[in-house]
Design a protein around this ligand. Structure first.
Ligand SMILES: Cc1cc2nc3c(=O)[nH]c(=O)nc-3n(C[C@H](O)[C@H](O)[C@H](O)COP(=O)(O)OP(=O)(O)OC[C@H]3O[C@@H](n4cnc5c(N)ncnc54)[C@H](O)[C@@H]3O)c2cc1C
Length: 429
């Protein structure tokens, strides 16, 4: 049996941030990652002919995101604010789209983070004192942005996330993967094992045993479990025993779904629509209603997006179907023929995070009435195991910022439980 003082399971933003904090405090850490790469739901493709990164997972920097911005500075990665114009597009006709955000804001500002009893966010939207067109936009936004199911997601949790994440947006010009790389830089080569799929973590106070799909088991004093909520809910990784507060948390948090298609075009959408500063494109397409460009980066990339239960249905049709729906949406937006729309597309990128066995969902949302159980899922259990990940990030749920903060918090809590001095350099989290 190999042994480590602390084993960290999952090399996404949360696991890497936890490992970095533990390393800085002098812990002997071993990171186990099922994939053959680090980053998890940060997955950037760099195409030599394209002047912008192609993000298959995280793309935007939402809200103030202090930890993300500091990390980007450390990585030498630029973060650029997105200040172009949203537009509505139909049959090649373009109109101002800024009313979308205004309508959404009128509704989300009426959602109540302290509401007792909690209720489905869809009900909160239905009751908002606005006209029906604003409600329609808000439903579309909450499903899209929060990847949430209107019938089961908590109004309180969505209202809380809106306070943190719903202000401003920026993107990295060099790609989110630079941030994952910066987090991993302090981890020694032999302290990171790729292709190591963990099946079971058995534990008792002060003792952890990790069973891998392949290879010898690993022993440790403590563990940070930084795998996605979908993996835990499906028991693709089993905690033995499963602490009651983890079980309650797993019932309270749900993996949301998102379908995203990235098209690399032969000409940019901004040029085709004669709106070079177009950012979001709101269309009337049922399958992929929202699109965005990579403005202000100069690349002919356009991304189609659908979140929530509709995304699940769309993904069920498979990659070919998704690509075909994307071309139809493009054709309708531009008012061209199917053939012209097809000819415009040079490359298509997509990844189904809901079927990916190492994510089993895109990012999380809290179920109605689940906020307290979701919040209580974090913290060190019996001085030995602690969970980390975007699902444990409170108001920053579903973001890279939240994952980093959660990983660092888990590591600091564990150091305290292990009785080690917390002499890690302070970082924003
Ligand atoms: C399509 C999409 C778009 C997104 N857009 C944004 C955005 O614009 N902005 C933003 O801030 N966030 C966005 N997110 C969310 C963001 O990517 C996540 O919140 C964040 O990356 C999650 O980090 P994590 O460390 O919690 O989980 P992950 O990154 O999923 O890391 C968990 C790791 O655990 C590993 N693992 C799983 N099972 C096992 C096992 N059995 N054994 C060992 N290892 C295992 C996984 O392979 C993975 O590497 C998006 C996500 C998706 C899917």
């Amino acid at each position: 049996m190999t042994s480590a003082q602390v084993v960290v399971i999952g090399a996404g933003a949360a696991g890497l941030a936890a490992a970095e904090t533990l390393r800085e405090a002098g812990c002997h850490v071993l990171v186990l990652e099922a994939r053959d790469r680090i980053g998890g739901r940060i997955w950037t493709h760099h195409e030599p002919s394209c002047r912008a990164p192609i993000e298959l997972g995280a793309e935007w920097v939402h809200g103030e995101a202090p930890a993300t911005r500091l990390l980007a500075a450390r990585a030498g990665a630029d973060i650029v604010e997105v200040r172009g114009r949203p537009v509505r597009v139909r049959d090649g006709q373009v109109s101002d789209g800024s009313s979308f955000w205004q309508q959404v804001q009128r509704v989300t500002s009426q959602l109540d983070a302290d509401r007792v009893p909690d209720r489905p966010v869809g009900e909160g939207i239905d009751r908002a004192e606005v006209d029906e067109s604003a409600r329609v936009e808000a439903r579309r936004y909450v499903e899209g942005f929060h990847a949430a199911d209107l019938a089961t997601a908590s109004e309180r949790a969505i209202a809380r996330a809106e306070d943190v994440e719903g202000r401003g947006a920026a993107r990295t010009s060099s790609g989110y993967d630079a941030l994952a790389g910066a987090l991993a830089a302090s981890i020694d080569r032999d302290a990171l094992r790729l292709g190591a799929r963990v099946r079971c973590v058995s534990w008792s106070r002060g003792k952890v045993g990790v069973a891998l799909e392949e290879g010898r088991p690993i022993g440790a004093r403590a563990a940070v479990i930084a795998v996605p909520i979908g993996v835990l809910r499906e028991r693709a990784l089993v905690l033995d025993p499963e602490p009651p507060r983890v079980r309650r948390g797993l019932d309270a948090i749900e993996p949301g779904h998102a379908a995203r298609v990235t098209l690399v075009l032969r000409r940019s959408i901004g040029e085709l629509l004669e709106r070079p500063d177009a950012t979001f494109l709101f269309t009337d397409d049922d399958a992929l209603p929202v699109w965005w460009t990579v403005h202000p980066l100069d690349a002919p990339i356009v991304v189609g997006w659908r979140g929530g239960p509709g995304a699940r249905a769309l993904l069920a049709g498979g990659r070919d179907e998704l690509e075909a729906r994307a071309i139809v949406a493009l054709q309708r937006a531009l008012g061209t023929t199917a053939r012209d729309a097809s000819a415009l597309v040079e490359r298509v990128w997509t990844h189904d995070w809901s079927s990916d066995p190492f994510s089993l969902g895109a990012y999380s949302f809290v179920r109605v009435g689940g906020l307290d159980a979701a919040d209580a899922m974090g913290g060190v259990i019996d001085g030995t195991i602690v969970l980390a990940g975007e699902h444990l990030a409170g108001g920053s749920i579903g973001t890279v910022e939240g994952a980093i903060a959660s990983g660092r918090r888990a590591a600091r809590d564990l150091l305290r439980a292990l009785g080690r001095p917390i002499d890690v350099a302070p970082r924003a989290s």
